[in-house]
Design a protein around this ligand. Structure first.
Ligand SMILES: NC(=O)c1ccc[n+]([C@@H]2O[C@H](COP(=O)([O-])OP(=O)(O)OC[C@H]3O[C@@H](n4cnc5c(N)ncnc54)[C@H](O)[C@@H]3O)[C@@H](O)[C@H]2O)c1
Length: 320
């Protein structure tokens, strides 16, 4: 059993990570300022410190708890907000991460796990599915800040021997997701359709099926943290399915899952509304997970339909 400090543990992804650690019998301490996280996501067995990773209070948490492992998920996660307010993004994502690295060094943390982004860091990659050796071309302040964190983490490893695993996630979806995050399209479609609204599909003029993304279910993502925590491997791992799905197919699968779950969707919604791609939208993003399979024995267990069904069941019980 280990003591794991999970930052952002009341948020979408990391609350599932906390659940997985607790299920494995580990002791979990959460640091979360509840800016986007919610108390209802908090695992009852975990101890929450309502603290900002950019403030000194986090040092007191390390001093008191002395965690074995740090699993860092707290972040400013909106790409558009990072474009609008790059300083704010860097404050949380870069300076917050450096503060945690300093404390991890000071308190002898055995492993530092970091949630990076395969969806944003590679940019419009020429090689898809994209592997970890592909040189990142981060195209937004958010992606730049994540890449900078990776470099700091590798520096702390080289300089001070801090072991690390960087997990570059693809587009994560599942229960508890909020619509305005990095990859909120499933949450947007589900919430709108459940509220009787007609969703919009953004696409490039020459590709009416929308963008291609690698959708990975959040429980698979959480399992990657468990395997990475148990592993002695240090390094960067893509965590995704390797499969690409057009937005229109995601939309149709979402409607099927909703109807299978008993929601009445008007036939007029069988086709989404249309709008142009947003600035900075990437056409194709899929991740090659071969290295995670080889070194961590991780691979996605859920397919899109299976993940969507669990997601829809959750949203149906939580519709606003
Ligand atoms: N959603 C995706 O598809 C995706 C893809 C790649 C990487 N990621 C990364 O995964 C992590 C979690 O993302 P998510 O989608 O679950 O987002 P989320 O907003 O649901 O979770 C972030 C959590 O961090 C907390 N937080 C934010 N700023 C904080 C601060 N300064 N101090 C303390 N707590 C703070 C929030 O309250 C929230 O609970 C992020 O690091 C994100 O960059 C997400």
């Amino acid at each position: 059993m280990m003591k794991v400090l999970v930052t952002g543990g009341c948020g979408f992804i990391a609350s599932h990570v906390v659940d997985a650690y607790v299920d494995q019998g580990h002791e979990v301490v959460i640091v979360d300022n509840l800016s986007t996280g919610k108390m209802e996501n908090k695992n009852k067995k975990a101890n929450l410190y309502r603290v900002d990773i950019c403030e000194d209070g986090v040092a007191e948490v390390f001093a008191r708890e002395k965690p074995d492992v740090v699993n860092h998920h707290a972040a400013q996660i909106s790409v558009p907000l990072s474009v609008e307010k790059p300083l704010l993004d860097a404050e949380t994502n870069i300076k917050g991460t450096i503060r945690l690295l300093e404390l991890s060094k000071e308190y002898g943390v055995k492993k530092f796990l970091f949630s990076s982004t395969g969806g944003a860091i590679y940019g419009e990659a020429e090689r898809v599915p994209t592997d970890e050796d592909y040189p990142p071309v981060p195209a937004s302040p958010y992606a730049i800040s994540k890449f900078a964190c990776e470099k700091y983490i590798q520096y702390y490893h080289k300089q001070f021997g801090l072991k690390y695993t960087i997990l570059r996630y693809s587009n994560v979806f599942g229960p508890r997701q909020i619509p305005h995050g990095e990859a909120g399209v499933v949450a947007i479609f589900a919430e709108k359709l459940l509220n009787g609204q007609h969703p919009t599909l953004n696409h490039f003029p020459d590709e009416k099926r929308g963008m291609i993304r690698d959708y990975c279910f959040v429980k698979d993502i959480a399992r990657a943290s468990i395997l990475a925590t148990e592993s002695q491997k240090v390094g960067i791992f893509n965590i995704g399915t390797g499969k690409g799905t057009h937005t229109i197919d995601l939309y149709r699968e979402t409607i099927i899952a909703l109807r299978n779950n008993g929601t009445i969707i008007p036939q007029a919604f069988d086709e989404p509304r249309r709008d142009v791609a947003r600035a900075g939208d990437i056409r194709v993003s899929t991740l090659d997970p071969t290295k995670a399979k080889r070194d961590l024995d991780w691979e996605a267990a859920y397919d899109l339909a299976g993940g969507l069904l669990e997601t829809i069941q959750w949203y149906s019980g939580h519709a606003a």
